[in-house]
Design a protein around this ligand. Structure first.
Ligand code: ATP
Ligand code: MG
Length: 341
């Protein structure tokens, strides 16, 4: 099994049935990691290969929800495109664009903000978690309202399926609420999109918290084999030598078992039994070998593509033009429904 996700998973084919367009995105805050790959990216590639239209937003405005400045933005944006291509996204059929390049998308946020209450925005559990990890002294208005911005990302192109990690479920629920309320109040313009979770909706990082680009606990898709080994050696586990798959009570150990299992298309319980009394060192070694073997082809493709920066910028330019055409049409429909000129 290699990191080319072009064989359709039967359950995925079932989830895809009746859907037409997928949208998801990744903040340009750093390189994509294993959590992205198993949480959403693999599904995106498989759904695209099943014929669904793939839209990927790189939400550059969302970088400043939890920090004062968006550092090295252009570099992060290009590297995300590189990660997508390396993972198997077909750029000829996908639309990849940044938030800031599609003005009409952003304009949808104004009517959408009027459809949600402050109480709804303040009880969002993902926003609360992100505030706890924020680099800002004060919580900005954008932090509370970015889930509405995300509703605009999904609804501007009328995406009906959204392959995401678990942290995005509250946001998707809010998107469905916004679509329903807009349709009830004005006219039936938007579909109510569905979330699609993978087998790893919450992969943990080396500190046993959610693997995140911004929390210093991630293994990047493009990391080399030695770096992968070093990072996994430092992963939080526990002193019990008997290795068992028990995500509630042994999150660190179970996460490594899951990672190993995902890379080998196996069951994590089976991997645990094989390691038996081998302890955390054997578990880490096994996981490192599994990760490095699985991602070897992806990493080789990534290194090859990394030399062609012009191609990456060209993909973004084309994606932005396509996204603008779609957003302009949707904004026209919204204006007609609301009676604005
Ligand atoms: P940041 O720390 O900058 O917020 P992130 O690692 O959380 O970065 P995002 O860009 O916020 O990544 O998330 C992009 C997508 O990847 C979302 O659909 C999210 O649910 C998914 N995702 C992110 N981290 C994980 C993870 N650890 N496990 C599964 N899915 C994940
Ligand atoms: Mg995040």
């Amino acid at each position: 099994m290699t990191a080319t996700a072009d064989t359709a998973h039967p359950l995925l084919a079932e989830s895809a049935a009746g859907h037409r367009r997928i949208l998801t995105g990744d903040r340009p805050t750093g390189p994509l990691h294993l959590g992205h790959y198993f949480g959403t990216l693999q599904n995106r590639v498989q759904l695209q290969s099943q014929g669904l239209e793939l839209m990927i937003v790189i939400p550059d405005y969302q970088v400043i929800t939890d920090r004062d400045r968006a550092d090295r933005l252009a570099e992060h944006v290009e590297n995300l495109v590189l990660d997508y291509l390396a993972a198997g996204v077909d750029p000829a059929r996908a639309t990849i664009f940044t938030h800031s390049s599609v003005p009409a998308l952003n304009q949808l946020m104004l009517p959408f903000l009027s459809l949600v209450s402050i109480a709804e925005l303040s009880r969002n559990p993902t926003v609360k978690d992100e505030i706890a990890h924020s680099r800002q002294a004060a919580v900005s208005g954008l932090m509370f309202t970015y889930p509405v911005h995300q509703a605009a990302d999904i609804l501007f192109c009328k995406a009906d399926l959204v392959p995401v990690g678990q942290d995005q479920l509250p946001h998707l629920e809010l998107t469905r609420t916004v679509a329903r309320r807009f349709n009830d109040r004005y006219a039936a313009v938007f579909p109510e999109p569905q979330a699609l979770l993978s087998d790893a909706p919450l992969l943990l990082g080396t500190d046993a918290g959610k693997m995140s680009k911004s929390r210093g606990n991630a293994i990047a898709l493009g990391a080399d084999e030695d770096e992968t080994a070093r990072l996994l050696r430092g992963a939080v586990t526990d002193p019990d030598r008997r290795i068992t798959y028990d995500p509630d009570n042994r999150p660190g150990v179970s996460n490594l078992l899951l990672l190993s299992a995902l890379c080998q298309s196996r069951d994590p319980h089976e991997v645990a039994e094989e390691i038996g009394d081998g302890g955390a060192a054997t578990l880490k070694r096994t996981t490192t070998e599994a990760v490095n073997e699985y991602f070897r082809p992806l990493r080789a493709r990534r290194a090859e593509l990394a030399t062609d920066r012009a191609l990456l910028r060209d993909i973004l330019r084309t994606g932005s033009a396509r996204a603008n055409a779609i957003a302009d049409r949707t904004l026209d429909e919204v204006r007609a429904a609301m009676g604005t000129c």
